[in-house]
Design a protein around this ligand. Structure first.
Ligand code: SAM
Length: 285
């Protein structure tokens, strides 16, 4: 069997299993098993695939056909141009979240700032990207999950920014060092925001494999945002930024909660490239 035959059989297997992007994912799994990049795949295209590699590939295809997300199988996901190691202890970073990072980066470049917080760091994709793009900043990366913090630490080490990220285990910002109160320049967060009673709307890939604690919240999904809005003034310096990712349709509710809290200026709902308001941003008065 040639590499091309293996790819075509894999693609058809994933397609039959209802995988959304069977061609892309069959190629990813094949490259993963063979340990080669895309250019090498095409140069090996008509070569014979070794029996052991074919068995490995079939096993990965079966895992994928069984619903396990391809990024957990290959153990990596790209975010802000960096590769993050991931597994089932953390949410798979989403391209949507790059808007939040880009906003915080632009704000820090415009307004200055050297102490940032990432609440609910998961894989560390936000904290590590901020530390990577802004070489002068220190980031405090908080998560309730010790397992997630282990993954985030590994990613910080992988990208050479571990000396500038402090990992903090605890509820939202409660475990930050008390002497940081009033001295944080920006708080970024992509908190869990899917209402628990809407779990049935999500695919099994998400509900069966991604950490529940990273996705669901009770009520309308804005509880974490509301708690962040309440907590942030203790930590932010005057004029400091609070930027939170929100679910589709939640931005007006979260924006109103910021306005109602008082004490914030420049409340803005930022749309993603397809026009969905994805980030609520405000500065402490
Ligand atoms: C939506 S995931 C975001 C992960 C990562 N920042 C990203 O954007 O891909 C939310 C994260 O918040 C964490 N989390 C949930 N509740 C929390 C809480 N009360 N305090 C701190 N972190 C929490 C979860 O463990 C999870 O890692």
């Amino acid at each position: 069997m040639t590499t091309k035959d293996a790819y075509l059989l894999g693609r058809d297997h994933l397609k039959a299993a209802g995988v959304h992007e069977p061609a892309i994912e069959a190629e990813m799994l094949l490259r993963f098993v063979l340990g080669i990049d895309r250019a090498q795949l095409y140069t090996h295209w008509d070569g014979t695939i070794a029996a052991a590699a074919w068995e490995q590939y079939r096993a990965r295809l079966d895992e994928r056909a069984g619903g396990r997300p391809v990024h957990y199988i290959v153990g990596e996901r790209e975010f802000m141009g960096l590769l993050f190691a991931i597994d089932e202890r953390v949410l798979i970073p989403r391209p949507d979240t790059e808007l939040l990072v880009e906003h915080v980066v632009a704000w820090v470049r415009d307004h200055g700032g050297s102490r940032l917080v990432d609440v609910g760091t998961g894989s560390g994709c936000i904290a590590v990207s901020l530390a990577h793009v802004l070489p002068h900043v220190t980031v405090y990366a908080a998560d309730l999950s010790p397992d997630a913090l282990d993954v985030a630490r590994a990613n910080a080490a992988r990208h050479g920014v571990i000396e500038r990220i402090h990992f903090v285990q605890g509820d939202l910002m409660r475990s930050l060092p008390p002497d940081l109160a009033g001295r944080i320049d920006a708080v970024a967060s992509n908190p869990p925001y899917v209402p628990r009673d809407q779990a049935f709307l999500l695919s099994r890939e998400i509900t069966a494999f991604e950490p529940e604690q990273a996705i669901f919240v009770p009520g309308d999904g804005t509880e974490m945002h509301r708690r962040l809005i309440e907590m942030a003034p203790r930590w932010l310096r005057p004029g400091g930024l609070l930027a939170m990712e929100v679910g589709a349709g939640q931005a007006p509710t979260v924006g109103d909660a910021v306005e109602d809290a008082g004490g914030f200026d420049h409340v803005a709902l930022l749309p993603d490239p397809v026009g969905i308001e994805r980030v609520v941003s405000a500065t402490l008065r």
